[in-house]
Design a binder for this molecule. Structure first.
Ligand code: ZN
Length: 140
């Protein structure tokens, strides 16, 4: 399966397995088992969506939004639990207004899940950690 390295955004080809002992990025050599949040913008979003065979979960947020700030550490912590299972991406709607309108974001935070370049789910409003783990588990 195709995986975007969360460290350097290189496209990696990784065999699909239930569990992994070791998997490193072919380009930056960082471990793909150590997940990291990617920041997307108009330049990289299509490449990310096109080259991810795992679900891509995008957090649309803005710096002035209180609930977004409260949700940020939860998004970060839960992302660490799903290496090679889901790619976690943040889009700052204040900087990326074109993307906010392209993806029809009406309120923030909004979480949108993509699989095979198609939007398969979206939800608005922040979640607590357990709810977000359950949410992610529905798609991985
Ligand atoms: Zn890499």
């Amino acid at each position: 399966m195709k995986i975007i390295c969360p460290h350097c955004e290189a496209i990696n080809s990784v065999p699909k397995k239930e569990t992994y002992k070791k998997a490193n990025c072919g380009k930056c050599k960082n471990s793909l088992l150590q997940n990291k949040i990617l920041t997307a913008n108009s330049d990289n979003i299509d490449r990310i969506l096109k080259n991810s065979d795992i679900p891509v979960i995008i957090d649309f947020w803005a710096p002035w939004c209180g609930p977004c700030k409260m949700f940020a550490p939860i998004f970060g912590a839960v992302a660490m639990e799903f290496p090679l299972k889901a790619l976690f991406v943040k889009i700052n709607t204040q900087d990326e207004q074109f993307l906010a309108s392209r993806f029809k974001i009406r309120s923030i935070p909004t979480l949108v899940v993509f699989k095979n370049q198609e939007e398969i789910h979206r939800v608005s409003g922040a979640m607590d950690e357990n709810s977000f783990i359950n949410f992610v588990n529905k798609f991985v």
